[in-house]
Design a protein around this ligand. Structure first.
Ligand code: SAH
Length: 219
């Protein structure tokens, strides 16, 4: 009885079901990504009132008009980075910190920038509670990148819009930029690899993200 209660509190079973029903059938196959998705406690990144929906197949509101991405999209984007474990990754759009937490299990260090101060603070608390240590957070405009820690092996953008030229400059040679690109409401995932000369570009899934906005939000 006690064990059952503990299991339901840790949400292990719904998390495993999420992996088996939402991720594997849709083609996510990187075992490290599946393991990270089966481990990171998504319910600790959503508001208490939404805890019952944490492992549902959808995005959820996190306040300030922003959302935590659908589990599949988090897994899909993580897989598209092909991380091996040694990389330093820059994330633009920390939100509640869930994608950050998943990435932190797949690479050496995640640097993540959020433009809305209340979300930046919330992400810090969530990541501390979920015990993710190899993460550095900053409140500011992600369009400027994070010069102090550049170059990065990968840059992932979790808001939709158009790429900042600075990001390519802050990538290592061979590094990858992954983002939902396009006008508001109609995005397409694009993966660009910085080569010795030029850039290799692939257009992938259509998707919808909250908008990538300029400047840190000040009140
Ligand atoms: N990765 C997040 C998704 C959050 S939604 C998660 O797993 O929950 C995208 C986030 O990008 C929003 O919180 C939004 O405020 C942020 N954002 C939008 N434009 C930004 C910018 N220029 N710099 C930093 N963050 C930005």
């Amino acid at each position: 009885m006690k064990i059952q209660r503990k299991q339901s509190l840790s949400f292990e079973r719904p998390r495993r079901r999420m992996v088996e029903e939402q991720l594997i059938p849709r083609g996510v196959s990187d075992t490290r990504v599946l393991q990270a998705m089966a481990t990171v406690p998504r319910h600790m990144f959503v508001d208490a009132a939404l805890i019952g929906y944490a492992y549902q197949d959808s995005s959820l509101p996190i306040g300030e008009g922003q959302t935590i991405s659908q589990p599949f999209m988090v897994a899909r984007m993580s897989e598209l980075l092909s991380l091996q474990g040694h990389e330093r990754v820059l994330e633009i759009g920390t939100g509640c910190g869930y994608q950050t937490a998943v990435l932190s299990r797949l690479c050496q260090r995640v640097y993540s920038i959020e433009r809305i101060p209340t979300l930046h603070t919330k992400a810090r608390q969530n990541l501390r509670q979920a015990r993710h240590a190899n993460v550095m957070l900053k409140c500011g405009d992600g369009l400027l990148g994070w010069d102090e820690y550049a170059p990065f092996d990968a840059i992932i953008v979790t808001a939709g819009g158009f790429a900042s030229d600075i990001w390519m400059q802050q990538l290592c040679e061979g590094g990858v930029l992954l983002m939902p690109e396009g006008e508001h409401g109609s995005h397409r995932l694009v993966r660009r690899r910085k080569l010795h000369e030029g850039v290799e570009e692939e257009y992938l899934d259509t998707c919808t993200f909250v908008p990538l906005l300029k400047g840190e939000l000040r009140r």
